[in-house]
Ligand binder design. Sequence first.
Ligand code: CA2
Length: 149
Amino acid sequence: MSKPIYILNGPNLNRLGTREPEIYGRTTLAEVETMCRDAASGYPIVFRQSNREYEIIDWVHEAIDEGGGIIINPAAFTFTSMAIMDALKMFSGPLFELHISNIHRREPIYHKSYVSPVATAVIAGLGTKGYPIAVRAMLDMIGTLPAKA
Ligand code: CA2
C-alpha cells in the first residue's frame, strides 16, 4: 500500500483567495487541493487545514505513523510553534516547508522559521503553484513519480 502524502495547512489559509490577492493570489484552498490531487495522478493525498495548533500536531503524529511524506504550510505557526517543530522532527520521511509568498522578501517577522531547520526542502514564493510543484517533487523523492505521458 502506498503511504499518502500529507499536505497540512495552518491558520487562516481556509480564507485563501478572499483577501490580499497581491500577495497570495485569488486561488482558493479548495482549488489548491484539486491542483495537488491532479499533480499526484491518483497517488493518495491527505489534504487538511486547521486554525488550531494542537490539531496540526495530531496530524503530524498521524503522518509519522501512516505518511510517506509531509508538505506543510504552517502559516503563522512557522514563526511561533516549537511544538509543531518538535512533532515534525519525529518524522523520518521527506518534509517540505511551503509558503505561497517569499517570506524572505517580507518584513523581518517573517524571516525566522522554526520549521526550516528540520525540513528537507523549503519552497517559497511560487504562489499557489508551489503546491503542485511540491507534490511532483515529493513523488520524485519518494520514488513513485508516474512516467510522463
Ligand atoms: O506565504 C505563505 O504561504 C504564508 O505561510 C502565509 C501566512 C503567513 O503568516 C506566512 O508568513 C507566509 C499567512 C496566511 C494567511 O492566510 C491568508 C488568508 C486569506 C488570504 C490570504 C492569506
